[in-house]
Design a protein around this ligand. Structure first.
Ligand code: BT5
Length: 262
């Protein structure tokens, strides 16, 4: 049985777009994963967006699954080419998360960021970011995959975290076209600032909207559960945690299962 859904409207989207990023967009009814599709293209221009109405193998980090309801959410990946070494890859998901938060600010000011890459409403996961980078000589290709729950109101029971969406948060049906255009408008500006190393102000804003800072958290490092107080975000995007009186910097790929200790 094919479910009815309202397809993504390209003309509406283009009418909201002001950035050059996002003007090249490929829209599919179904892909295994937008990030895999983009990664396997022989070449792409920075700012190319690959969007799918649904994914059969949507991925999170560490092989985790990303759930979706066809046509309800935004599932997309953006290609970005930079000179090798010109961009802090670990800081990229943080700045991307901030761009999304700021893009939806006029719909709701309540979106919070859980370090490094989760978007939350009231502690419930509403979006996630997966950044993958490949270096070939002096060029680095990044694929920034974003899953943002827009109009989905029910979620599968296998999720190991509570989930929410823009619609659940605002009580309104939200235009996916407007949200995607707004994200692209912010993202080009923010990631350009990251590339030219003008990220101090963005990191200051990230700290203001980061739910993790100031919390005592439990997290997994080297297969061991640890507890510490999240005290700051370093310039390279790592989280500084006070563990038994010692401040240790962790990158997003080094620790997992981060939970506030209640
Ligand atoms: C992420 O991973 O949060 C990054 C997700 C990136 C998905 C996008 S969609 C477009 C692009 N193409 C892809 O194939 N992927 C990217 P992680 O931090 O590992 O979180 C994964 C965890 O989030 C899962 O284990 C679930 O518990 C939870 N989860 C899965 N789907 C969810 C959803 N729709 N809403 C809220 N939580 C979800």
């Amino acid at each position: 049985m094919t479910e009815a859904f309202t397809p993504f409207n390209l003309a509406d989207y283009q009418s909201f777009l002001t950035s050059s990023w996002g003007s090249e967009i490929l829209v599919f009814e179904e892909l295994e994963s937008t990030s895999d599709y983009l990664r396997n293209l022989p070449d792409f221009n920075s700012g190319l967006v690959v969007l799918a109405e649904t994914q059969s193998s949507g991925r999170g980090r560490l092989g985790r699954k990303w759930a979706d309801e066809k046509g309800s959410n935004l599932l997309f990946s953006i290609g970005w080419k930079v000179e090798t070494g010109s961009v802090s890859v670990p800081a990229t998901p943080l700045i991307t998360a901030l761009a999304i938060r700021d893009a939806v600010q006029t719909l709701t000011p309540d979106m919070k960021i859980k370090w490094p890459n989760d978007l939350l409403f009231d502690g419930k996961k509403s979006g996630g970011i997966l950044v993958e980078a490949r270096t070939t000589g002096d060029q680095m290709s990044l694929v920034i995959g974003i899953g943002l729950n827009v109009n989905q109101t029910e979620f599968p029971s296998w999720l190991d975290v509570p989930a929410s969406s823009l619609q659940l948060q605002t009580g309104k049906t939200i235009s996916r076209e407007w949200v995607l255009a707004s994200v692209m408008n912010k993202l080009q500006d923010y990631l350009t600032r990251l590339r030219i190393n003008k990220k101090t102000e963005l990191l200051t804003r990230y700290r203001q909207h980061c739910d993790t800072l100031g919390q005592t958290i439990r997290f997994k490092f080297n297969e061991e559960m640890k507890t510490g107080l999240a005290v700051d975000i370093a310039q390279d995007g790592s989280l500084l945690i006070n563990v038994d009186g010692e401040i240790i910097a962790f990158q997003g790929n080094e620790i997992s299962h981060i939970r506030n200790q209640s």
